[in-house]
Design a binder for this molecule. Structure first.
Ligand code: C5P
Length: 240
């Protein structure tokens, strides 16, 4: 039975090095407009009244977090992250299980490197999945034609086939799942050595149905330098 009083918690994995941006500073700590990437990524969760608390997973040698004013926000808890994103999320899930959360509470995992999440999309995700037994993710249908390549080369590749784009969506974050199911799914992936790049993949691997809630495609993840430049423009044009 789904509890009508389930609370919502956020997990922000922020323990990555982000080396593809080409900066010594991890990408989540780079400046963006008048703030930093991670503070912009945290913004909607700190503002939303239904988010009971936010767990940020930090690299064990993190030198940046404590210098930010957001570090003092009373809604935020921190844990040490792990070797992979999944390990970092798992550490934060463990923290929630051992302290303030209940099994049927929801967890919303959001990349520290996704600063352009719209408040209205967060609201839509929470309200759409509120009574769902499993959960789901913000996503958007692709608009480009997609090619599958034969093998992954540096810059020039050979096409193996063209995919049916009508059935392909891009999965973003937040990814919102029941705490107990997410823990079960992450443990299963770890035990079976399944490499996962998002929480939805772990949930799929235990044969549960993941819902896709359509969000705006400007919820980009910063990976390369040009993503940062684009995110600056997107944020300037957003009403927050
Ligand atoms: O590297 P990638 O862009 O997939 O990272 C997505 C998010 O996962 C980032 O916010 C990054 O800081 C986080 N991460 C983490 N622990 C790791 C690797 C990545 O928390 N070991």
């Amino acid at each position: 039975m789904v509890s009508a009083t389930s609370r919502h918690w956020a997990i922000i994995p922020a323990a990555g090095a982000g080396s593809r941006v080409g900066s010594i500073t991890p990408k989540q700590y780079l400046p963006i407009n008048d703030t930093t990437v991670i503070e912009a990524s945290l913004y909607c969760f700190l503002k939303h009244p239904e988010i009971a608390g936010v767990v940020v997973a930090l690299h064990e040698g993190d030198q940046h977090w404590a210098t930010l004013s957001v570090a003092k926000n009373e809604k935020i808890h921190t844990v040490v992250g792990g070797k992979s994103r999944a390990d970092s999320v798992n550490n934060a899930v463990e923290y929630l299980i051992n302290t303030p959360a209940d099994d049927t509470d929801f967890v919303l995992v959001h990349d520290a490197a996704r600063p352009c999440l719209r408040y209205s999309d967060l609201e839509l995700l929470i309200s759409t999945l509120k009574t769902d037994e499993v959960g789901g993710v913000l996503a958007s249908p692709v608009s480009d034609t997609l090619k599958l390549v034969k093998s992954k080369e540096q810059t020039v590749n050979t096409v193996s086939e063209t995919l049916d784009r009508d059935k392909i969506w891009r999965a973003f974050t937040p990814q919102m799942f029941r705490l107990k199911l997410l823990k079960q799914a992450l443990t299963h992936s770890k035990d079976k050595s399944i490499v996962i790049t998002d929480e939805a993949s772990a949930i799929e691997a235990i044969n549960l149905q993941v819902k896709l809630v359509q969000g705006h495609s400007d919820n980009i993840k910063i990976t390369h330098q040009e993503d940062l430049e684009l995110a600056e423009v997107i944020l300037k044009n957003q009403w927050r």
